[in-house]
Design a protein around this ligand. Structure first.
Ligand SMILES: CC(C)(COP(=O)(O)OP(=O)(O)OC[C@H]1O[C@@H](n2cnc3c(N)ncnc32)[C@H](O)[C@@H]1OP(=O)(O)O)[C@@H](O)C(=O)NCCC(=O)NCCS
Length: 180
């Protein structure tokens, strides 16, 4: 199950973003003191509908349990803007298919919403799990590039999922609304 981020997710942010293990492919851990401001910005972006920042709840019967997060936002880079996906799962929940299920659900929502266009992802070139995830979800490998993340340069693979399903969705809507 996915739900919007809330300020109460701060401990999970610290465990995800300030952890040498989960941040190994992202240039190393972030400063725990920066996390309250980051959660605050994320909650605000969700309230303003500028980004989808979703916490993964592994079992709906235990809504207080948190396994990680998946994110979709508009990223501006060198004068152009694209829709970008990100994901993180706490170590004790990894390798259970949670990231795959959460991302699949997020991509389906993006298709249904229709505003996001092509979806892009930029996992580190040595990030085996994240590159497997992109492949599994049917993203196309565009190439290799360098991105700036949290004041560090990362060598990444660029994956893209064309917004084909959105076009199919609008075709379906048109044919569904015709009187026949
Ligand atoms: C990437 C990450 C979210 C995957 O989460 P997860 O819930 O364990 O992923 P899943 O169980 O859904 O597995 C996804 C794929 O990754 C593979 N995988 C998972 N962990 C792996 C590992 N340590 N090494 C190699 N492959 C791995 C799985 O086999 C699966 O591939 P498949 O579909 O071809 O079988 C998790 O490893 C993580 O949080 N990493 C640190 C944060 C990070 O690097 N985020 C990415 C930023 S772009």
């Amino acid at each position: 199950m996915l739900r919007d981020v809330v300020t109460g997710d701060l401990p999970m942010y610290r465990r995800l973003l300030c952890n040498p293990m989960t941040m190994a492919q992202l240039g190393g851990p972030l400063d725990p003191d920066d996390m309250p401001a980051k959660v605050g910005r994320d909650v605000r972006d969700v309230l303003l509908d500028r980004a989808w920042i979703l916490t993964i709840v592994p079992d709906g019967r235990h809504p207080a349990e948190r396994a990680g997060s998946v994110v979709l936002w508009r990223q501006t880079d060198g004068g152009t803007t694209h829709s970008e996906l990100g994901w993180m799962v706490l170590p004790e929940y990894q390798r259970r298919g949670l990231a795959t299920a959460a991302l699949r659900s997020l991509v389906e929502r993006a298709d249904a919403d229709g505003r996001w266009g092509d979806l892009h992802a930029f996992p580190g070139v040595t990030n085996a799990a994240s590159n497997a995830l992109c492949r599994r979800l049917g993203f196309d490998l565009v190439g290799t590039t360098v991105v700036r993340y949290a004041d560090r340069d990362l060598a990444v693979h660029h994956w893209r999922r064309p917004a084909l399903a959105a076009a199919q969705r609008s075709r379906r809507t048109r044919s569904g609304s015709s009187p026949g």
